[in-house]
Ligand binder design. Structure first.
Ligand SMILES: [Zn+2]
Length: 411
């Protein structure tokens, strides 16, 4: 094969192959390339200025896509320029986006493979170290992120993820309209969310935020009030129902300790059943729960209250929603269900944000879906120590919608 043919096979725009070497037993191909004669415009890698004169030249070796079964290395002749602004700098070459020894399209192939497989598997497939694959993936995702238009933030979600005893909480800010996470913050204090508003949004961007879907968590409310006073706070349905589930569980535990002997066995291990909605239980599970309810009216009552609370969001008029909530609270009278009474107090204390759902229809469940996707990534990746990597990964996931399992479940 002639050098001109190798240039065609390689297909680097503006470059030609002037030498090649084939190591047949080792299945390796090495190509030496330099600029084509007409390609003389040099670009400063510091500032992007176009320059005509080269200062000096050097060689760089990068791994490119394989040619059939041959692992391919390209040795590129590169120039340095003397830029009036930056001094002596290397030229910018589109095929070589970073200082790492890989071509752009090689990094893209690795990044793409990382979208559907674990890092360890990709590392094996390409014969690279896991740390190298991760670094390539971060660059691949960063380039994608920098190159795309970011939609305006009008409906935001704020949620937290529990990471474990050591790292505690991660605050997640998301765009509810696109279903993608925008920012991660350590901890879940007022200062955490303050940082997002202060450092990552302009005053104009802040003024565009119409609604925020949050948990009934005071520090977040305070931060929202300070930075986006015009924004409507809408308390998330799923969080409120989580509190309701916790209340049911507290009733169950209290009953477990109140009753002795045989009745205890009936209450034991029913936690999961009680937290599941009736609609999602099969016949056997329903029978188990019914047996429990027959013996314990209090648990039955608490369960029914939790189930009926979820219908609060069926109402789209404030007065109707308020009436339903009032009736729901009325049912608590004489029931002696302390955890449920506490929940009712909490709901009354956050009434405005609950009723705001009727004024601003934010998509409920998106916060949960974003959360679910991040948790799935964490489970699969086993320890994203680099939170920026995790964020990019979750954003890409949301943008390509390759794995919106939780999203479908929540809708
Ligand atoms: Zn420059």
């Amino acid at each position: 094969m002639r050098e001109a043919d190798w240039s065609k096979v390689l297909g680097w725009p503006g470059y030609r192959v002037y030498r090649h070497e084939i190591d047949e037993p080792g299945k390796r191909l090495k190509l030496w390339v330099r600029r084509k004669r007409g390609n003389r415009k040099l670009i400063c890698s510091g500032c992007g200025r176009k320059l005509a004169e080269a200062y000096d030249s050097y060689e760089r070796e990068v791994r490119d896509l394989p040619c059939f079964e041959f692992r391919t290395t390209v040795v590129v002749e590169l120039y340095r320029v003397r830029c009036p602004d930056c001094g002596v700098k290397t030229e910018k070459v589109p095929q070589l986006p970073s200082k790492a020894p890989f071509s752009k399209r090689f990094e893209e192939a690795v990044g793409l493979a990382c979208e559907s497989a674990a890092v360890r598997r990709v590392a094996r497939q390409f014969g690279l170290a896991s740390s190298t694959v991760r670094a390539i993936d971060v660059r691949y995702l960063s380039r994608w992120s920098e190159g795309r238009r970011k939609p305006a933030l009008r409906h935001m979600g704020v949620d937290e993820i529990y990471l474990g005893k050591k790292q505690k909480f991660l605050t997640v800010v998301s765009n509810l309209e696109t279903g993608e996470p925008l920012w991660f913050g350590g901890e879940r204090k007022k200062e955490t969310l303050d940082e997002f508003f202060e450092k990552h949004l302009s005053a104009f961007q802040r003024s565009a935020i119409r609604a925020a879907c949050v948990d009934m968590w005071e520090p977040f409310r305070q931060s929202l009030e300070q930075w986006v006073p015009e924004c409507r706070i809408v308390y998330d349905k799923f969080h409120i129902l989580q509190h309701a589930s916790q209340a049911v569980d507290e009733v169950r535990r209290a009953e477990f300790f109140r009753k002795g002997g045989a009745a205890r066995d009936l209450v034991r291990g029913k936690r999961w059943l009680l937290l599941t909605s009736w609609l999602n239980l099969d016949r056997g599970k329903r029978r188990q729960l019914s047996a429990l309810f027959a013996l314990n009216r209090r648990i039955l009552k608490a369960y029914l209250l939790k189930e009926s609370l979820s219908r609060l969001w069926d109402y789209s008029y404030e007065t109707a929603m308020l009436r339903y909530l009032q009736k729901w609270i009325d049912q608590l009278r004489w029931q002696r269900l302390k955890p449920m009474e506490k929940l009712a107090g909490m709901l009354l204390g956050h009434l405005e944000g609950i009723l705001n759902y009727c004024r601003t229809k934010v998509p409920m469940g998106v916060v949960e879906a974003v959360n679910g996707n991040i948790k799935a990534l964490l489970r699969r990746g086993r320890g994203y120590r680099d939170m920026n990597y995790l964020l990019l990964k979750a954003q890409r996931l949301a943008a390509t919608k390759t794995e919106f399992v939780a999203f479908q479940k929540a809708a």
